[in-house]
Design a protein around this ligand. Structure first.
Ligand SMILES: C[S@@+](CC[C@H](N)C(=O)[O-])C[C@H]1O[C@@H](n2cnc3c(N)ncnc32)[C@H](O)[C@@H]1O
Length: 287
């Protein structure tokens, strides 16, 4: 039937098509595409989502699970090892959870403001760290400039929980005057791509919408450079944790051997002379 419709159109634009094979009715989708797009009713239950983030099905204890404390230590020891100018700066901690990582900046005399999309996380933060300024905001929708401008914007463990990472990055970078510190689960792929992932909303440290994303490092670097950060770096030595100590294979995966794949990014409006950082943009290498 379809070929009958196509025939006159092709004849019109390309002349007689009598000798050409008729187009197939509809090519089947390759099996790997079908496998990737599992319909919602066939999704695994939350407990079996293959993601090593602590998934407790709700409750704030996820922020104090042994795995969470272990990766917190690795990430913050690593941030300290980079020797960046942080002391006394104004810092916005986006996706702060219950505020554990913000203590790093409080210890360095920073003017801190913490933001999260979940009120219950911020209530716990107020109990644990009384007097720490905080505000409720969804990084994909609510302008962060309402909280002011900041020399440093810090977003560890957040980007991959967003369904629209470009909106989130635009929002975070728009109130950042100097340095943007970012940590994310990434897709191991050399081109600027993004994978979509299911995430359980009930879990307090994950996506607020039900979708997460897994950008490639090139995606992050390209987006940040177009948002006005001329210098985008990663760390020469990654945090001492299996999620970061990965062998780059370019295989399009975001988890391997039972753990997530993560990367640290430091984006700056000015060039940073720092032997611990490796430029990710070609233009930086030339400068
Ligand atoms: C994995 S936890 C990270 C907590 C802390 N930053 C860390 O790295 O340990 C992710 C946090 O981001 C918050 N979050 C998720 N989606 C968000 C969104 N769209 N806007 C703001 N916060 C969000 C969650 O509520 C959760 O507290």
């Amino acid at each position: 039937m379809k070929s009958k419709i196509w025939q006159p159109i092709r004849s019109l634009f390309h002349g007689d098509v009598k000798d050409q094979p008729a187009p197939t009715e509809s090519a089947p989708l390759p099996p790997e595409i079908v496998a990737a797009v599992v319909p919602p009713q066939n999704r695994p239950p939350v407990e079996s989502v293959p993601d090593r983030l602590p998934i407790g099905g709700g409750g704030l204890t996820v922020f104090d699970a042994p795995e969470a404390l272990e990766i917190n230590r690795a990430r913050m020891d690593h941030l300290a090892s980079l020797g960046l100018a942080i002391d006394g700066k104004s810092v916005l901690d986006v996706g702060c959870g219950v505020g554990h990582l913000s203590q790093f900046f409080a210890d360095r005399g920073c003017r801190l403001f913490c933001v999260d999309a979940r009120a219950e996380n911020l209530e716990r933060l107020a109990e644990l760290y009384p007097g720490r300024p905080n505000g409720l905001a969804n990084v994909e929708k609510d302008p962060l400039e309402q909280f002011g401008r900041f020399e440093i914007v810090f977003a560890y463990g957040l980007l991959y929980h967003t369904e629209n990472p470009i909106a989130a990055l635009r929002n975070m970078t728009s109130c950042c005057d100097e340095v943007f510190l970012l940590e994310s689960v990434i897709t191991d792929y050399p081109k600027p791509i993004l994978r979509l992932a299911d995430e359980p909303v009930v879990t307090k440290n994950q996506s607020a919408s039900g979708f997460g994303c897994r950008p490639s490092p090139a995606f992050v670097a390209m987006a940040l450079s177009r948002m006005g950060f001329r210098f985008v770096y990663t760390a020469k030595t990654p945090p001492r944790h299996e999620d970061f100590e990965l062998e780059w294979r370019g295989d399009g995966e975001w988890q391997r051997d039972g753990h997530l794949l993560r990367c640290i990014f430091v984006a700056s409006r000015e060039k940073l002379e720092n032997a611990e950082l490796v430029p990710l943009l070609e233009s930086e290498v030339l400068q």
